[in-house]
Design a protein around this ligand. Structure first.
Ligand SMILES: [Zn+2]
Length: 265
């Protein structure tokens, strides 16, 4: 155990039992039965949680990917100067479908919001609540809306912050509260309790999924986003990220999450 290992504190004499992190937190959680992976853009999922989803899909999880935008603003680097949003959207949607096929995910939902212009609106929260109640996931996977800066070279995209903020608000309290969005009851959508939320890209990661055997498939899925990758091979960068995320648990390759356990199973 190292000094920065938060669980090292659990061995400190005098720390009350209830303040100690559960031993179970150290173990990798089993693949949830039903999973919803919510992101702002095509390729966000593959960069961040593709290894975990591939692992869970092979373990039998049913996974639905929700893309709030279809990435119509795309990359400046690998798309021709005369590319329009209208032309790019169907290409990126197909790239996302291909990436999901590689990961073992059969359902992708595009909500059709404008890339680069997401706002934390009640309309978006209602849509995410609707789809959560319809699909009834045990676990939701999303980003961390509190993260604005990563190191000194990347400021988190505003769409990423909004997507994760609204996803969390949809999980709680909206999806599980009967009289929030009562119009959904009229659609036959009863409240649903999401048990687990896996939050990637957090500064407080406490759960580490070993993706040593999924690195290859993660990279293969990411490569389906051809309009974004261009000739660049992401293999080394993905391996390095996975190594960094696994270091805390001495894993060769991992994806790290802050795990919220909202309800007992
Ligand atoms: Zn993105």
């Amino acid at each position: 155990m190292t000094a920065e290992d938060p669980e090292a504190e659990s061995a400190t004499p005098g720390v009350p039992e209830r303040a100690k992190p559960a031993k179970a937190a150290r173990r990798e959680p089993p693949a949830p039965k039903r999973v919803m992976s919510i992101h702002a853009h095509p390729d966000d999922q593959e960069f961040t949680v593709g290894g975990t989803l591939a692992k869970w899909a092979r373990a039998g999880s049913e996974i639905v990917t929700v893309c709030i935008t279809s990435g119509g603003a795309g990359s400046n680097d690998h798309t021709p100067a005369d590319m329009t949003r209208e032309a790019l959207v169907p290409i990126r949607e197909e790239e996302q479908r291909e990436a999901c096929r590689v990961l073992g995910i059969s359902e992708v939902v595009f909500l059709g919001y404008e890339d680069g212009m997401l706002e934390p609106s009640l309309e978006l929260r209602r849509e995410l609540t609707r789809i959560i109640r319809r699909c009834e996931p045990d676990a939701v996977v999303c980003g961390d809306p509190t993260m604005r800066f990563y190191g000194s070279m990347y400021m988190n995209h505003p769409d990423h912050r909004v997507a994760s903020d609204v996803a969390l608000d949809a999980v709680f309290p909206s999806a599980e509260t009967r009289l929030i969005f009562p119009e959904l009851l009229a659609e036959g959508l009863e409240p649903h309790k999401v048990r687990l939320v896996f939050i990637h890209g957090s500064a407080q990661s406490d759960t580490f999924i070993d993706i040593s055997d999924q690195l290859e498939v993660k990279v293969a899925a990411l490569k389906q986003h051809k309009t974004q990758m261009g000739p660049w091979d992401p293999t080394d960068m993905i391996a390095e990220w996975a190594r960094e995320q696994g270091a805390k648990r001495r894993l060769k390759a991992a994806e790290a999450f802050r795990l919220m356990r909202l309800h007992e199973s």
